[in-house]
Ligand binder design. Structure first.
Ligand code: PEP
Ligand code: MN
Length: 339
């Protein structure tokens, strides 16, 4: 349930309410909005608890949250969440652009990639140092050396770094270098990892599992929020279907669908979503038109030579052209590309 505090309720009354919620055996999350402050009470609740909490003088009303995901729900927080991480802003009318190679391949390569994507309009640099590969024989990433290269590219360009963390024990290490922790599609239901990134205070980009439903996706985000990390970005990256003309099927209806249910920003990854570079620019435009708060795009200086995901990577020139076209679409739908 959510306890809606009266407009102008003093901070100590909010704190007292949070303490009372915890005393009743629920977890309290204080959400300060522009219009009102609410205390989300998550856990087992009863009618008696609802009545107890309603009787406090600074309480406007106590309402049940119908959605199974409580903190992620728009019922709990009607204002959109804006996630800021260094140069990257996502949400609140700003379309963030996360671009770069699938994998960090070497120090000069990632710095050059960072400069190229920045010049074309990217607001964050992506690149995997820990790579979840389908085959154990494929390139697995440069691990901590790769993280150091990403940090050097950030120093050189000022771009925030978005990079994947694959296991709970690596969260402190990756968070030391990253501005945003990416939880990959294969790990969307790795609950110990979700809890570990939830304990961190570094923003999280959560990718949808290729066979996860919208509700499972939102409940995965809820795991992170429930541990106190409120900076969660949802990323639609395509799902597995019977269709084989693309690597995955990119369901863009997920963007408005999620936005009807959650305040969390929604990013689209058309690179993994299609697996085909020639389809990526159109899907970038369509994602923005559908209301996406950001894009995650793979860009490589020489896609045929990429160590992973070359076929879906844009060249820097095509990426630059795509950004110009995206800017026009963003303007048309009242959003700002990049910020
Ligand atoms: C990636 O971003 O390179 C990646 C591995 O993505 P996903 O987890 O969506 O497959
Ligand atoms: Mn990739």
């Amino acid at each position: 349930m959510i306890v809606v505090m009266k407009k102008g309720a003093p901070a100590d009354a909010v704190q007292e309410m949070a303490a009372r919620v915890e005393e009743l055996g629920m977890k309290a999350h204080v959400i300060v909005g522009t219009e009102r402050t609410v205390v989300a009470a998550v856990g087992r609740e009863s009618e008696a608890d609802r009545q107890t909490l309603s009787s406090y003088p600074d309480v406007e009303q106590v309402v049940a949250i119908l959605a199974p995901y409580k903190i992620a729900s728009l019922e709990t927080k009607p204002e959109p969440t804006v996630v800021r991480a260094g140069s990257l802003t996502i949400g609140g009318g700003i379309v963030g652009v996360i671009a770069g190679p699938c994998s960090v391949e070497g120090p000069e390569h990632i710095i050059e990639a960072a400069k190229l994507v920045k010049a074309a309009g990217a607001t964050a640099l992506r690149g995997g140092a820990f790579k979840p590969r389908t085959s154990p024989y494929s390139f697995q990433g440069l691990k901590e050396d790769g993280l150091k290269m990403l940090a050097a590219a950030r120093d050189e360009t000022g771009l925030a770094v978005v990079t994947e963390v694959m296991s709970p024990q690596d969260v402190p290490l990756v968070a030391k270098y990253a501005d945003v922790l990416q939880v990959g599609a294969r790990n969307m239901q790795n609950y110990t990892l979700l809890e570990a990134v939830g304990e961190s205070r570094t923003p999280v980009l959560l990718k949808r599992g290729p066979s996860a439903t919208a509700e499972e996706f939102l409940l995965a985000a809820e795991y992170i929020l429930n541990r106190g990390n409120s900076n969660v970005i949802l990323c639609e990256r395509g799902i597995r279907t019977f269709e084989s003309h693309t690597r995955f099927t990119l369901p863009l209806a997920m963007v408005p669908y999620l936005k009807e249910r959650t305040h969390l920003p929604v990013v689209v990854d058309p690179s993994h979503g299609t697996g085909v570079a020639s389809l990526v620019p159109s899907m970038c435009l369509a994602a923005i038109a559908a209301g996406a708060d950001g894009l995650a795009i793979e860009v490589h200086q020489n896609p045929p030579k990429a160590m992973s995901d070359g076929p879906q990577s844009l060249t820097p020139a095509i990426f630059a052209d795509t950004m110009k076209r995206c800017r026009k679409i963003a303007d048309a739908v009242g959003m700002t590309l990049g910020g």
